[in-house]
Write a new protein. Sequence first.
Length: 206
Amino acid sequence: MKLYYNPGACSLSPHIVLCEAGYKYDAEKVDLKTKKTEAGKDFSAISDKGAVPLLILDNGEQLSEGVAIVQYLADQKPESNLAPKNGTMERVRLQEWLNYIATELHKSHSILFGPEAKSTAAEINVGKIKKCYDYISAKLQGKKYLMGDQFTVADAYLFTILGWHKAANIDLASWPVLAEYHKRISERPKVQEAMKAEGLLNAKAA
Ligand SMILES: N[C@@H](CCC(=O)N[C@@H](CS)C(=O)NCC(=O)O)C(=O)O
């Protein structure tokens, strides 16, 4: 299995899941501006979306979309307890979180990384991100993880996106529940392993 990633980008979420579930995997860095991989390949020729994360399965099949990738990885290793069993209400609750993070939180950041970062639209999106922080913070009150006591793929995803607060010029300290949650997850050994593999541990966060 091989993960195409960019350090600290949304591909960190499946990278964490690969480590948490104990997969043996390869990883190749992609420069999202030049679309070149670290091995010098043209990433646009590999991925028709030109976006990370992209997972290449052992049979050569490609899997894109972070939310699909993390659930696939969790389901192949049910003993890792990274996702409740398919068909249960708990699984639907997990999907409810994954979809919220993807559509409301993750994508509100995209404009902040492009040429419109200083636009009014970007400012509006920062407001949306803050509203998401309010909502998630209230839901996380008194809980260790999004689904309760069990770390799941939704936490890998939320941790990754919360790591972008500086790019949104937001001080996470204004949401103490989120700041503690982010710190708690950052200390997990497998999260550290994924971050180290991406060269993030001694670098300044985005
Ligand atoms: N819908 C995709 C979005 C992936 C995405 O936005 N990837 C970003 C990095 S966080 C990317 O590769 N952007 C480069 C580009 O679109 O040119 C998913 O959720 O996996």
